[in-house]
Design a protein around this ligand. Structure first.
Ligand code: FAD
Length: 446
């Protein structure tokens, strides 16, 4: 049994940012934080577009984080993103250029490497293993005049495979959109309409294979470093050039839409790309001179992509008063969800990573404030109690949720070019692939 002040389960962007923000303020090294994670860093991870506006947060979290990512980019391990190009409300392309962005260019990351870089920065706080179980532990010691309540967490160690048990006053769920910790302690995941994203990672063709072709003037490289987005009758398409000569193509729709069944198979998916996109098709090269190898897989990859909100985001329980004893002020137990575990976005927003980093940075500073404020009131007169931590992070998330839902509604309502005309009628909408657009537009906020 090992005691900590804070245990963070999940070391993606949200969990790492929380841990790094705690460490930054833990100058006296008296705060004990543990981060538990079971990621397989050799597996491909989707979610690669990181806006340039993440730079200040990365710099603030750790002194070498941004320079490490910049160096990895220079070494070809991440790609720069030169802007966004979308054919959304109309078939015409609308572009935003990173040149016009005060923060400069964003990234198309090697996402598994990016997360691993964050975890390396967490260093000695990291424990590789899988969260298994959580229990509430209540202890009353009348002789000492103290009641304390905390969390006990079981983790299956990645190294030995044995079960390790840890105890802490604060528990942070940063496990991503499944929120595995919070759902075990009674929080409820409120799902918006379900979405599925189907995707393929294409690898560069062997150009030499085409050297003898008469069409030698055709381009031999994919030089399009923009994020490409195109709306479609029953969903939307996204593509980004990835490091290591790869390109990601992704299609998002509802699970019940007939197009989901077609996109499941690589052949159907590729037919849809060519029928429904202009700019993404162009970025792949033409059929006589493809820039990417045809995929030999039978099925595309598929992942859940709908938005969801956890209720509540966080909670605090004060320790019960012990009859005849001094007060138990400051004692209690709290939990908080962060990142996708608290609020998962539709990937159209491309806001998931940056929001996870910023929210983790905020939560880490609140928790550090809670502990240092409690132990050193003169040093930190702005001390927060447990209720204060919960209130502040919950208000921050509500603010993000409201802005996100307004933005989402605006963008889905902007697309009417696939609506049936009066002559075609509703039947035609079904013929063209269900009612994805109607469902997205009718989606009410929570
Ligand atoms: C299809 C799709 C495309 C996306 N594209 C983008 C994009 O281009 N740009 C963008 O900004 N966002 C994108 N997102 C969203 C983005 O990926 C997430 O918002 C972001 O990863 C959230 O970070 P997180 O730390 O909350 O969760 P995660 O990144 O999911 O990290 C959770 C961590 O918890 C660990 N974990 C889970 N369960 C356990 C357990 N039981 N024990 C121990 N560890 C555990 C996992 O291994 C993982 O390391 C996309 C999402 C989807 C679905």
């Amino acid at each position: 049994m090992q005691d900590y002040d804070v245990i963070i389960i999940g070391a993606g962007p949200a969990g790492c940012a929380t841990a790094l923000a705690i460490a930054k303020r833990n100058t006296k090294k008296c705060l004990r934080a543990l981060v538990v994670d079971n990621a397989d860093c050799s597996a491909y991870k989707i979610g690669e577009s990181l806006p340039a506006a993440a730079r200040p947060t990365l710099s603030m979290l750790h002194p070498t984080l941004l320079s490490q990512i910049t160096q990895d980019t220079a070494n070809g391990l991440h790609e720069m993103c030169t802007g966004n190009a979308s054919a959304w409300a109309s078939p015409d392309l609308h572009e935003t250029y990173s040149l016009m962005n005060p923060y400069g260019a964003g990234w198309h990351l090697d996402r598994a490497l990016f997360d691993e870089t964050l975890r390396k920065a967490c260093d000695s706080m990291l424990c590789k293993g899988k969260f298994i179980a959580v229990r509430r532990i209540d202890r009353t010691n009348v002789d000492l005049g103290q009641a304390s309540i905390d969390w006990e967490v079981d983790v299956e160690s990645a190294e030995q495979g044995n079960i390790l048990t840890f105890r802490a006053q604060w528990l942070v769920d940063a496990t991503g959109r499944r929120a595995v910790v919070a759902s075990k302690i009674g929080a409820k995941m409120d799902k918006h309409l379900d979405l599925l994203s189907f995707y393929l990672v294409l690898h560069k063709s062997d150009i030499d294979h085409y050297q003898d072709s008469a069409t030698s003037s055709k381009p031999t490289e994919d030089t399009d470093s923009r994020t490409l987005i195109e709306s479609a009758p029953s969903g939307w398409w996204y593509s980004a050039r990835l490091p290591h000569d790869r390109r990601l193509i992704m299609y998002t729709t509802t699970p019940s839409d007939p197009s989901a069944r077609i996109a499941r198979k690589v052949t159907g998916f590729m037919d849809m790309v060519r029928q429904e996109t202009t700019h993404i098709t162009k970025a792949m090269g033409d059929e006589a001179w493809p820039l990417y190898e045809p995929s030999t897989a039978k099925f595309t990859q598929c992942t859940a992509a709908g938005s969801s909100v956890l209720r509540p985001y966080a909670s605090w329980e004060s320790a019960p008063a012990v009859p005849g004893c001094s007060d138990a002020q400051g004692l209690g137990r709290g939990w908080c969800a962060i990142g996708d575990a608290a609020l998962a976005f539709d990937p159209l927003s491309s806001q998931g990573i940056i929001t996870a980093l910023k929210a983790g940075a905020l939560l880490g500073s609140l928790l550090a404030n809670y502990f240092y404020g409690r132990d050193n009131p003169p040093v930190n007169p702005q001390k927060l109690d447990g209720e204060g931590v919960v209130r502040t992070i919950s208000e921050a998330y509500e603010h993000v949720r409201i802005k996100y839902e307004e933005g989402r509604s605006y963008y889905y309502n902007a697309v009417s070019r696939f609506d049936p005309t009066d002559e075609q009628g509703i039947g035609d909408t079904k013929l063209r692939g269900g009612n994805f657009r109607v469902q997205q537009r009718e989606l009410k906020s929570h």
